[in-house]
Ligand binder design. Structure first.
Ligand code: SF4
Ligand code: FES
Length: 322
């Protein structure tokens, strides 16, 4: 008989959940859901080893555990801190966290250009959302920002290092999906940059996924770059029988034309299944795809502009009650 796993209890912003031992605070919060889930700019569930770099997911542990209730003296990264039984955590209910997160956003924006109006990632940029929800109104930074030339890394991908926030997600993606580790973050501190050695891994047929995992507009799809603002496109779920990947994608349509193909992402912006380069870059004919229907987009996202969904069933409930 299989041994029953003893669940442990954690309370986050007053909401209690039972989770498996070894669960991180961030994933425990995701099990509760809603606005108590800390934002994450570097953690990415499908990527092993990701997290612990950006500090946007900081939380306050106000009670360590049932056995040792002392609070943790410093804020901790929720993506890499595992829960203890009886732990109590404060995220949006902690002034320290709100203040620290504002500081983290300010740091992330120190070198990031404020070029959202011309950036290809506008409308689906995690940093834009983070700054809007958690950032300060103004920057105190007065110095020149880092600038880099744009680099063509292969036929399909452009690297604009100026926008990179060094989250390492693309490094982990290529590590996980390609056979040779050819690239990484070169140099350290304020000189750190994604090495152009990434060029060497571009012959891998899954490398296009680095575009999907990049939280900002640093890695962009050259087949779509500057063709349209994302909110003018219509996202459709589609699939094909592919012998390299699941073939489950989102088609971003302009009229009847397939403007861009991406992997499907979940509510936390994480790829559900990585797709191959062939599906992403080469199948731009509607005949290549079996279109399943419109992609459900969060109605608070700018992408949902002009996309109509069925009204919430509130009136139906009232009618049912009548
Ligand atoms: S290029 Fe994008 S995914 Fe890669 S480290 Fe920079 S921000 Fe992260
Ligand atoms: S998401 Fe936790 S440190 Fe970046």
């Amino acid at each position: 008989m299989s041994e029953q796993i003893q669940k442990i209890t954690v309370t986050i912003d007053g909401k209690t959940v039972e989770v498996d031992p070894g669960t991180t605070i961030l994933n425990a919060a995701r099990q509760i859901g809603g606005n108590i889930v800390p934002p994450a700019m570097c953690y990415y569930k499908p990527l092993k080893g990701s997290g612990g770099k950006c500090r946007t997911c900081l939380v306050e542990v106000s009670k360590g555990s049932e056995k040792d209730p002392r609070p943790m003296p410093k804020l901790v990264a929720s993506c890499s801190t595992t829960v203890m039984d009886g732990m109590e955590v404060k995220n949006i209910t902690s002034e320290r966290v709100v203040d620290a997160r504002k500081g983290v956003v300010e740091f992330l924006l120190i070198n990031h250009p404020l070029d959202c109006p011309v950036c290809d990632q506008a409308g689906e940029c995690s940093l834009q959302d983070l700054a809007f929800e958690h950032g300060a109104d103004t920057s105190r930074y007065e110095f020149k920002r880092r600038e880099f030339d744009k680099i063509d890394i292969g036929e399909y991908i452009k690297l604009h290092m100026t926008r990179c926030i060094l989250c390492y997600r693309c490094v982990y993606t290529a590590n996980q999906l390609t056979s040779n580790r050819e690239h990484g973050v070169l140099k350290r501190g304020d000189a750190a940059e994604i090495g152009t050695h990434i060029q060497n891994s571009l012959d891998n047929e899954f490398i296009g996924n680095v575009i999907d995992v990049c939280p900002v507009g640093a890695l962009t799809d050259k087949t779509f770059r500057f063709r349209s603002r994302v909110w003018y496109t219509k996202p459709m779920d589609a699939s094909c029988s592919c012998d390299k990947c699941s073939g489950k994608v989102v088609l971003w349509m302009i009229g009847n034309e397939v403007a861009r193909v991406t992997a499907r992402k979940d509510q936390y912006g994480e790829v559900e299944e990585f797709i191959c380069n062939d599906c992403r870059f080469n199948k731009k004919d509607l005949k290549d795809w079996n279109v399943e229907g419109p992609r459900k987009i969060n109605r608070h996202s700018v992408i949902s502009t002009n996309h109509y969904e069925k009204a919430a069933p509130a009136h139906t409930t009232l009618l049912n009650k009548a």
